[in-house]
Design a protein around this ligand. Sequence first.
Ligand SMILES: Cc1cc2nc3c(=O)[nH]c(=O)nc-3n(C[C@H](O)[C@H](O)[C@H](O)COP(=O)(O)OP(=O)(O)OC[C@H]3O[C@@H](n4cnc5c(N)ncnc54)[C@H](O)[C@@H]3O)c2cc1C
Length: 337
Amino acid sequence: MNILYDERVDGALPDVDKSALLQALQERLPDLDILHREEELKPYECDGLSAYRTTPMLVALPRNIEQVQGLLRLCHERQVPVVARGAGTGLSGGALPLEKGVLLVMARFNNILHIDPAARTARVQPGVRNLAISQAAAPFGLYYAPDPSSQIACSIGGNVAENAGGVHCLKYGLTVHNLLKVDILTVDGEHLTLGSQALDSSGVLHAIAALSAEYDLRVANVFHAGDGNMHPLILFDANQPGELDRAEALGGKILELCVKVGGSITGEHGVGREKINQMCAQFNSDELTVFHAVKAAFDPSGLLNPGKNIPTLHRCAEFGAMHVHLGQMPFPELERY
Ligand SMILES: Cc1cc2nc3c(=O)[nH]c(=O)nc-3n(C[C@H](O)[C@H](O)[C@H](O)COP(=O)(O)OP(=O)(O)OC[C@H]3O[C@@H](n4cnc5c(N)ncnc54)[C@H](O)[C@@H]3O)c2cc1C
């Protein structure tokens, strides 16, 4: 079967009046460059997978985030599909346009905003070419490691979307392993930031030391250099009444601290029963509901290792009742016992 979008098998797309959409875009975003004539659209009809071609309805070439946001909002209001395109070097048809959709070309976002040689980070717009980052970093003796063999042309936005690899990846990992922070716009134009600029959350060890003092128990922290896991070892004497309880409470506080500074309650060893309460600190009720639904898909009667890994929302409500954050009770919708 042909891989081109086929409404009979891929789902019907809304019928869009091209002239009406063009007019609305021109009225709302008068400075946005939009290509709409047949001969202008031709160069955008495929990516590197050139055996498959579709002429897009319109091509937008925004220059700033406000234009991207405005375009996304308008398309969302009118239920018009949008396909983003970086440099179009993809070999899997990811940037293949739709006849009934807008192609959003990010190529003009080609500025390297900042290079911080000390932190070994660069802040770049999505249309910047992969190789351009290495060229800009070269005077500092640095380079950007994930290098798909298309680095001369491909954009960093396309690299992020495809989690591109390359010959250096065996040593330095894929795109995802070399990203700290990504600013994204959702399909309806909402701005979200994923991650943060910090290499590692600072101050965790100090905060653990403070907790250690508060609970009057010593903590020895060991680390995995390879995967970044931290193992706080809480030293307690099980023969002393109350020390195990204090150790458990301190362990829970350390896990909550890890979540607060952007980490996770477990990098290995799993959740089991030991960390079940802290799952309530890491995930919200919607996420936990999805986890339960996935479990139920395989185990509808709930007989396989019940009570492990995913807390019930009632457990979280009970646990939350003891942990009021910023004056807000977690899971306020649930009845307390
Ligand atoms: C000769 C050659 C060698 C290659 N070698 C490799 C390789 O070794 N490893 C590898 O992983 N790939 C390789 N590729 C494939 C390709 O170059 C990469 O996947 C690259 O990341 C695509 O980047 P692009 O900017 O060209 O993205 P495009 O092809 O334009 O788009 C790719 C996907 O990303 C999306 N996208 C692009 N920009 C954005 C954005 N700003 N926001 C949201 N979504 C966006 C598109 O919608 C599409 O789904 C190779 C390609 C060629 C031609």
